[in-house]
Design a protein around this ligand. Structure first.
Ligand code: FES
Length: 153
């Protein structure tokens, strides 16, 4: 059971302080626990740091690891940069879309899976690659990628 967003923000302030320099740590806490950063957390961080909520939101929207939209329990992040694109990323995305019925940045109705595309994740020599809940999966084929995602809880 996840904590309330405001409780997570307060815990972040206690651990890292409520100054602007701790914004990444606090956003990471919220994003890791809830799979996204809800508006009420953005407001609470802004209020606690005495900065505008637009400034907090700009950080959330700049870093692709953060999301301001609810996501599923499992986050699948498929690299779409050149090495992976040339190694078949498009076919993998097509297979995932077909099997799970969602496109990039969408979540299955049972909240089990969110598929995202992402810039290079530093695994170009093992392309095509994706991160599943932060864990690298490499040298993918459409079949291998679908099997990995199929086996997620
Ligand atoms: S281009 Fe995909 S991991 Fe670098």
């Amino acid at each position: 059971m996840s904590r309330d967003p405001l409780e997570i923000v307060e815990a972040g302030f206690s651990e890292f302080g409520n100054h602007r320099e701790s914004i990444m740590q606090i956003l990471t806490l919220v994003n890791d626990e809830l799979s996204f950063v809800p508006a009420e957390a953005i407001e609470a961080i802004a209020e606690g740091m005495k900065i505008s909520s637009a400034e907090v939101y700009s950080v959330v929207s700049f870093y692709s690891f953060f999301s301001s939209r609810p996501r599923g329990r499992n986050i699948v992040r498929l690299c779409s940069t050149i090495s992976c694109a040339m190694a078949g990323q498009g076919e993998i995305l097509g297979a995932l879309t077909e099997e799970f019925g969602i496109g990039p940045f969408e979540t299955t109705q049972d909240h089990r899976i969110t598929i995202e595309t992402t810039p290079c994740i530093g695994l170009c020599d093992q392309a095509p690659a994706m991160l599943v809940n932060g864990e690298p999966c490499t040298q993918l084929t459409p079949e291998k990628a679908c099997e990995i995602v199929r086996n997620l809880n």
